[in-house]
Ligand binder design. Structure first.
Ligand code: ZN
Length: 45
C-alpha cells in the first residue's frame, strides 16, 4: 500500500462501489458517484 495520505485535504464520503465510508482527496459532489481509491482503480475506464 502506498503512503498516499500526507498533507492532502481528505473528505469523508461513502463509496458508491463498496458502500464503505472512505476518504477522497477531492470534494465529493452530491448526486454523483464517488469511489474510494480501491474501487476507483478497479473502475477505471
Ligand atoms: Zn470502495
Amino acid at each position: 500500500m502506498a503512503d498516499f495520505r500526507s498533507e492532502r485535504t481528505m473528505h469523508k464520503t461513502t463509496c458508491s462501489g463498496c458502500k464503505e465510508e472512505c476518504e477522497v482527496p477531492f470534494k465529493p459532489t452530491e448526486g454523483r458517484d464517488v469511489f474510494c481509491r480501491d474501487c476507483f482503480s478497479k473502475q477505471r475506464r
